[in-house]
Write a protein that binds this ligand. Structure first.
Ligand code: PLP
Length: 408
């Protein structure tokens, strides 16, 4: 009989969203008239920008002509999109990143998992706790961890707790690590990092020969112009970091799918024998072999994000969600809850009320306000006692949900 990848059997997560689904289903069956409002998920709700849709329609029509037809494209993405990304997202912010260093993909979820293909099995890996679960689960699947313990933490991983006690800023690990996942603005806590904080990580990584995997999927939500959008705004980051970006949250591409990974030329790792190897070449080889590129139509849609009309629409979308976040913060604070995040990120991270753990607060909101959020403990043991509310929703849903919670 064929052997399965036994690492999958170690997976504990996959527990969070199914368990939320189970509790919501039970509640809905018992209360068929309840109008549930879901503020739990990280999916966007507003329509695709017109500039993107128009560009995609034009691209579809082009595809219907012999001259304009596009078959397989470059696995790394079309040059015109890579150019636009390098110019607008990086060079305009003073980052020394070229188009050749941009790899267009169908998602930063895939890229942040697939990157393990080019990294060795012996690396010591650090993740924050709580964390975007994909970083942990992809390492479990790849056999880079041991079994999970009682708290759901996997043997072999270094967990860096983030909570109100350290202002949601992970401390530099006391033991040396090779690979560090950082996500700013942060999912789930909504925290952001200053340049000084990132510099600290870059200095650590350079001193230890570590690699930072920097997830900037939410960079568009940063409101304070002094905060960095990219790790490459930090001097020295080209020698120690890879960055993931996405069109999912700024331009509503969660269903359309387009993202990118930046791998600087000259960034190096070593083989088991100590030989130095450039990571760009390995990632290029990996993508060329296992990926056939994002559709021409979607890449034209992504390119339109950088047009004047596209930039305005994306700015308006972000402003809309951030207004939701401001309403959530304001109303929940008025209701007596302690809130974090939501100022430079579409997530508000709430301290659960005295005497209620994350799941207790979930049940309370579900039963009493018919509002669904996400228990913080689902993102890691240190998320216990917290709760995530997403700003991705219609204004009327946010207003109604807040009024219900305030009335409790
Ligand atoms: N990174 C983080 C931190 C996320 O929260 C998400 C989605 O929720 C992603 C990446 C996934 O992005 P994409 O849609 O590009 O795969």
């Amino acid at each position: 009989m064929v052997q399965v990848n036994g690492n999958y059997l170690k997976l504990k997560a996959g527990y969070l969203f199914p368990e939320i689904g189970r509790r919501v289903k039970t509640f809905a069956a018992a209360n068929p008239d309840a109008a549930l409002i879901r503020l739990g998920i990280g999916d966007v709700t507003e329509p695709l920008p017109e500039a993107c849709r128009e560009a995609m329609k034009t691209a579809i029509d082009e595809m219907g002509t012999a001259e304009g037809f596009h078959g397989y494209g470059p696995e790394q993405g079309y040059g015109w999109l890579r150019d636009a990304i390098a110019r607008h997202d990086f060079q305009a912010r003073g980052c020394d990143i070229s188009a050749e260093e941009i790899f267009v993909s169908d998602g930063s979820k895939c890229d942040s998992s697939n990157i393990l293909d080019i990294l060795g099995a012996g690396n010591k890996i650090a993740v924050t706790d709580p964390v975007y679960p994909v970083y942990v689960d992809s390492n479990v699947m790849a056999g880079r961890t041991g079994e999970a313990g009682d708290e759901g933490r996997y043997a072999g991983l270094t967990y860096l707790p983030i909570s109100a006690d350290n202002s949601f800023a992970a401390e530099i690990p006391s033991e040396p690590v090779d690979l560090i996942y950082l996500c700013f603005p942060n999912n789930p806590t909504g925290a952001v990092a200053t340049k000084d904080q990132l510099k600290h990580w870059v200095d650590y990584a350079r001193a230890n020969g570590s690699l930072i995997l920097f997830d900037a999927a939410y960079e568009a939500f940063i409101q304070d112009p002094s905060l960095p959008h990219s790790i490459f705004e930090i001097e020295g980051a080209r020698d120690c970091a890879i960055e993931f970006r996405s069109f999912s949250k700024n331009a509503g591409f969660t269903g359309t799918r387009c993202a990118l990974t930046v791998v600087p030329k000259g960034l190096r790792g070593k083989t088991a024998n100590g030989e130095s190897v450039e990571l760009w070449g390995l990632w290029n080889r990996r993508q060329s072999t296992k990926f056939n590129g994002v559709s021409y139509i979607i890449q034209r849609g992504a390119e339109a994000v950088y047009s004047d009309a596209g930039q305005k629409e994306v700015k308006d979308l972000v402003a809309f969600y951030m207004e939701n976040a401001a309403i959530i913060r304001r109303e929940l604070s008025t209701a007596g809850l302690t809130v974090y995040g939501g100022e430079h990120a579409p997530y508000v991270w709430i301290k659960t009320p005295e005497g209620m753990d994350s799941w207790g607060f979930f049940d309370h909101l579900l039963n009493k306000a018919n509002v669904v959020g996400t228990p913080g403990s689902g993102f890691g043991a240190a998320g216990e006692g917290y709760f995530r509310i997403s700003a991705f929703n219609s204004r009327s849903n946010v207003d109604t949900a807040m009024a219900r919670i305030k009335a409790l």
